[in-house]
Design a protein around this ligand. Structure first.
Ligand SMILES: Cc1ncc(COP(=O)(O)O)c(C=O)c1O
Length: 305
């Protein structure tokens, strides 16, 4: 049976129910995270990936909306481990922590509310097709601006923007949306950061381009530089650069490293997964399962041995 962390206790997931009076349900004033844990069959061990960094981002994002989470990042990692052990997870799993305002006062303000943290598990494998690659469409919806709802924060209400873009892309027969920012430069996917490879160099929108500064994005920059010896440039990226890139891929906790083989009906490279993307996937998937010693620091083992 799967358990959830809810109102300070670990309970069977069916018992984790919020009230209709929840402020965050009405106004989108919740912050959330996505964390993955990877199963290592040979070791019989489950590894949480970048757990502390995700919880620190949750705490930091919460502060931006005047929400003081009553747990430290270390405490939240411990609670998550307990949840996974209680649920006896022995496969890859996605974890969704969410912090929300519990009570309802009919004013869209951010003060005088009681914060609450819930954590629950999704047992799913791949989010997008990492083995064949996907077809993406530049969205007609622009990424929410830093001066409206910062894309840098994983705040629930802002994801209506992602949902509009993703739905538009799916309805038009594509797999994912690529959003431009209000200045018309490439920002990111609906739930992923984006990288281009051109002439052996990697290019990704810089943090000032109205993006979420992804934890996977940072890890991928490290792997590109250290393992593949590929230079990484962070800058404004024009839409037209997507069409002439040799390779394009998306990164994110859910999306991992997802190759993009077509953008706006134009093949990227020869329309197949590029060589750098393939090598990067190979090293990433080994690192997240604890198979590369020097990246063990990314991981938190769940089961005591
Ligand atoms: C809009 C957006 N961009 C990028 C990412 C990737 O971030 P991370 O690698 O920290 O999961 C996510 C997922 O959390 C996201 O929702």
């Amino acid at each position: 049976m799967d358990y959830a962390f809810f109102e300070g206790r670990i309970v069977p997931v069916e018992e984790a129910k919020i009230s209709i009076m929840t402020n965050s349900f009405h106004y989108g004033t919740a912050v959330f995270e996505g964390i993955r844990a990877y199963w290592n069959e040979e070791e019989g061990q489950l590894y949480l990936l970048f757990a502390k960094a995700h919880y620190q981002r949750l705490i930091d994002n919460a502060r931006c909306i005047f929400m003081e989470i009553p747990y430290s990042a270390d405490e939240l990692v411990e609670i998550t481990k307990e949840l996974l052990v209680r649920s006896q997870v022995r496969e890859d799993v996605y974890i969704r922590p969410i912090a929300y305002f519990k009570d309802l006062k009919l004013t869209p303000k951010l003060t005088d509310y009681t914060p609450e943290v819930a954590i629950y598990l999704y047992r799913f494998g791949r989010y997008l097709d990492t083995s064949k690659g996907i077809r993406a469409k530049v969205s007609s919806w622009r990424r929410n601006d830093d001066n409206s709802i910062p894309a840098r924060w994983k705040v629930a209400g802002a994801y209506v923007n992602s949902a509009l873009a993703k739905t538009e892309a799916l309805m038009a027969g594509y797999d994912e949306a690529i959003l431009l920012n209000s200045a018309g430069f490439v920002a990111e996917g609906s739930g992923e950061n984006i990288f281009l490879i051109k002439g052996g160099k990697a290019i990704t929108p810089s943090p000032d381009q109205h993006i979420l500064e992804g934890i996977t994005r940072n890890a991928v920059i490290t792997l590109l530089r250290k393992e593949l010896v590929v230079e990484v440039e962070q800058r404004a990226v024009a839409r037209s650069e997507l069409y002439t890139a040799d390779e394009v891929f998306l990164t994110g906790t859910a999306a991992e490293i997802t190759p993009v083989v077509e953008v706006d009906d134009r093949k990227i490279g020869n329309g197949e997964i590029g060589e750098i993307t393939r090598q990067l996937q190979e090293v990433y998937f080994r690192a997240v399962r604890g198979k590369i010693q020097r990246y063990r620091g990314w991981l938190t083992p769940v089961y005591d041995k």
